[in-house]
Ligand binder design. Sequence first.
Ligand code: NAD
Ligand code: MG
Length: 389
Amino acid sequence: MSKEQSIRRIALFGSTGSIGTQALEVIAANADKFSVEILTAHSNEELLIEQALKFKPNMVVIADDKKYLKVKEALATSDTKVFAGEKALEEVAAIDCYDLMLAAIVGYAGLRPTLQAINIGKPIALANKETLVVAGDIIMRKAVENRVPIIPVDSEHSAIFQCLVGETRNKIEKVILTASGGPFLGRKPNYLVNVKREHALQHPNWNMGAKITIDSATLMNKGLEMIEAKWLFNLQPEQIRVLVHPQSIIHSMVQFEDGSIKAQMGLPDMKLPIQYALSFPKRIPNQFPRYDFKKVNTLTFEEPDIRTFRNLSLAIDALNKGGNLPSVMNAANEIAVYAFLKNRINFLDMTDVVEKTMQKIPFIDKPTLEEYFESDGEARTFAADLIKL
Ligand code: NAD
Ligand code: MG
């Protein structure tokens, strides 16, 4: 194989976000292994332009079409083609010009482009967990039909994926998803009711986008991850456990039929699971800081407090009942987090919005893709009305 052919061409959807920018750091450090074919952003046109000038992709998409002209002008003398609008995300994802899509858009908006990539048989490095929460059965079925590998980027799922290498014939007893507990670990509702946006945006161990940081503070993130794990690893709900591990050194574990437990460990740095997903099945060297057993020499574990952090128990409910309930929960949560970030509702109201929406939207046991989309829309409208957005 020539050197050219061995370069993996990446379509990076959501390049201006926390995962997107870290992925570009990994790619820049390994220019002999990866090239950038597509970059997309929602509205941060300045960063998208800067990235395009540096990485020289074949195409860029700016989802907010009001920004089209600015991006077009800035890239006029380059070879990069510029597209705009939500629909263009899907159209570009369906073009056969890349080897792997890194799905790093946040929320429901990431689903359709990812589905297009699966439809044309492109492997997916999946950061966007909401895609599997909304329509996990359909996504995984299409991935199997098209022989598309879905390689997790979420650190917990990357850990489980790594623990499962070489274990294809062995039965999983359970997976243990670790959770940092977020900034409000040990707090009770009388404290949480007064929590402000700025405080909730301070995560102790990870520096992430705003939505996932709030989800980590409410533990909804761990709930979404339980559902993500169910689809990725074909598990029953009772095989998925959550364990609070505030140091975030063990990223998750798999317990096999013989009781043996494998854990994947390392410093909390998303560049590691991003790099693993991009280079899989190979591991490639890097200069990231290493975990020092002497520095963090105590690893602790405790049960999550699902009475206080009720979002996690709502998500367990959605995990158990299935159907359209996870998609309804996800939509209501996206609206609630948005409202909290705009200082429209308080921290605990987020859970009420999600719970009421889950109670209201009619249950569908085996939804079609269209029905998942409809449930998402109905849940958004109902949740927004509740908040009077
Ligand atoms: P972020 O908010 O930092 O970035 C999101 C990206 O998606 C940006 O490039 C933005 O332009 C784009 N985007 C947002 N809304 C869009 C829309 N409507 N249409 C098109 N593009 C849109 O988010 P993030 O923290 O990088 O997270 C991305 C995904 O990865 C999320 O699903 C998150 O749950 C998951 N994830 C993130 C981390 C992390 O450390 N940040 C860890 C694990 C999983
Ligand atoms: Mg995670």
